[in-house]
Design a protein around this ligand. Structure first.
Ligand code: HAM
Length: 447
């Protein structure tokens, strides 16, 4: 077969209908659990002023330094790239909180988002340049119970999509901004005279973002780090107490976790609680999601000092886990009825029949080409239709239609006027796809 001329750009992929069944299922779980807990949906633009990410996430993080997709604006002269595709939701949501005066709403403001993010990562398994996150943010109040409840919500979602058993929750507290500054100083001091033993990449990190050394994958760095100062030696009493209460609440909620003093996460805005759901088998490399507290971010972006905590999960990685775990995403893509016909009169009658079946909530496909009845039946089989309605010239004359149960291989002739009623009886009223009408559009299927 000839090679296709065009392919998806490197690091991107098509979400094919089979994948959507999983994505839709995850989205449903997210929406359902978020609504239960009072979260409301927000959508921010896919691109924003690049400074929001540079300031918010941190200029010397991998996400900003290496992975931002910069976007130019044609309205301007020259090629000054002032926007960036969002690599995550948090910074944009905080921008929106400030811009829309959400501090006037009852606090905390609980928001959730689902959508695409972009990172110019080196593509590899589970690491894409365009991927989906679902994101949860609680802004405006600081309390360890909020952190614990957020994690509980995430656990419920993982349990709904049946991947909990495959994940381990790691938690840590990285203290206040001041604790961090002191720790960074100590870390820099510790490395004086040892720089030469560090691999190039970590020597650079030592200059730009020394905290990142803690989760370095470089063997030489890991060996040196064994005698480095530990973060918890620099935590102030308040942070220690905060963390102890947080762990207490996790226990109260019967959430299993593992304390991980090395967990720092790759974004600069974090303070206090950080957490990550890691793959039991491969560990940190392909975390399914992570989050933490960011009490300085809103102020950094120009708002009043406002605490916040949040989480984001990578949906492609969740789909991968669901498939690995053999989870079949329940979906409603089945074909209930296939309508086969022969001759111009039959075709005309079928057009109406198909429309009516669909309006009643029966998933209906119709072969309206000119193929023989036999090949139409083969098609019905390929679509795995549960029933076929067959209308040939004879049936048109006698005002009947043949109803065939595809699995049983049995068929009977019935009155044309009774076809819809009969099909609905077989499928069951409760299985009709009419929810938008039943619920008066209260619950629409969002993206
Ligand atoms: P993050 O750890 O950078 O955190 O990303 C969250 C999750 O997004 C990751 O655990 C992973 O599952 C998924 N992810 C990240 N990059 C990729 C990629 N290139 N390909 C596929 N999946 C990926 C954040 O984004 C923070 N905004 C989380 C947060 C919300 N913190 C507070 N509020």
């Amino acid at each position: 077969m000839a090679q296709p001329r065009y392919r998806t750009p490197k690091g991107t992929h098509d979400a094919l209908p089979e994948d959507h069944q999983y994505m839709t299922y995850i989205k449903k779980a997210v929406r359902h659990r978020a609504r239960q807990a009072g979260y409301r949906r927000i959508d921010t633009p896919m691109f924003e002023d690049r400074a929001i990410f540079e300031r918010g996430i941190g200029e010397h993080t991998d996400i900003v330094e290496k992975e931002l997709f910069l976007v130019g604006s044609k309205e301007k002269d020259g090629d000054e790239k002032e926007f960036a595709l969002r690599p995550e939701f948090t910074a944009g949501i905080c921008r929106s909180y400030i811009e829309n005066g959400m501090h006037q709403l009852p606090q905390p403001v609980e928001l959730y988002a689902i959508g695409q993010c972009f990172r110019h990562d080196r593509p590899q398994k589970g690491r894409y340049r365009q991927f989906h996150q679902f994101d949860l943010e609680v802004i405006g109040l600081k309390d360890p119970s909020i952190d614990a409840q957020l994690i509980q919500l995430v656990c419920n979602i993982f349990s709904d999509i049946r991947i909990s058993d495959r994940l381990v929750l790691h938690v840590n507290n990285i203290g206040s901004a001041q604790n961090r500054a002191e720790f960074i100083e100590a870390l820099k001091d510790f490395f004086i005279g040892k720089e030469r033993n560090l691999p190039e990449v970590d020597r650079e990190r030592l200059q730009t973002n020394p905290l990142r050394l803690l989760d370095s994958k470089e063997e030489d760095t890991m060996i040196i780090l064994k005698s480095a100062p530990l973060f918890n030696q620099f935590l102030d009493e308040e942070s220690k107490a905060y963390h102890a209460t947080f762990l207490d609440y996790l226990n109260e909620l019967e959430i299993k976790f593992q304390e991980n003093p090395k967990l720092v996460r790759g974004l600069d805005y974090y303070t206090q609680t950080v957490f990550e759901f890691q793959d039991k088998e491969t560990g940190a490399q392909n975390a399914v999601g992570g989050g933490g507290r960011y009490d300085g971010l809103i102020e950094l972006l120009g708002g009043n000092p406002t605490p916040g905590v949040g989480f984001a999960g990578g949906m492609e990685r969740m789909v991968w886990h669901m498939k690995q775990a053999g989870v079949k995403a329940p979906h409603r893509d089945q074909v209930d009825v296939f309508v086969a016909q022969l001759g111009p009169e039959a075709k005309k009658k079928c057009l109406r029949l198909i429309t009516e079946l669909r309006n009643k909530g029966v998933h209906t496909l119709g072969a309206l080409g000119e193929a023989s009845l036999k090949s139409q039946m083969r098609l019905a089989d390929k679509f795995q239709a549960r029933y076929t309605l067959l209308l040939g010239k004879m049936e048109v004359k006698s005002e009947t239609v043949i109803l065939r149960d595809m699995a049983a291989g049995k068929q009977k002739e019935i009155k044309f006027g009774q076809a819809i009623e009969e099909v609905i009886k077989l499928i069951g009223e409760e299985n009709l796809d009419t929810y938008t009408i039943r619920d008066r559009f209260v619950e629409v299927d969002e993206d």
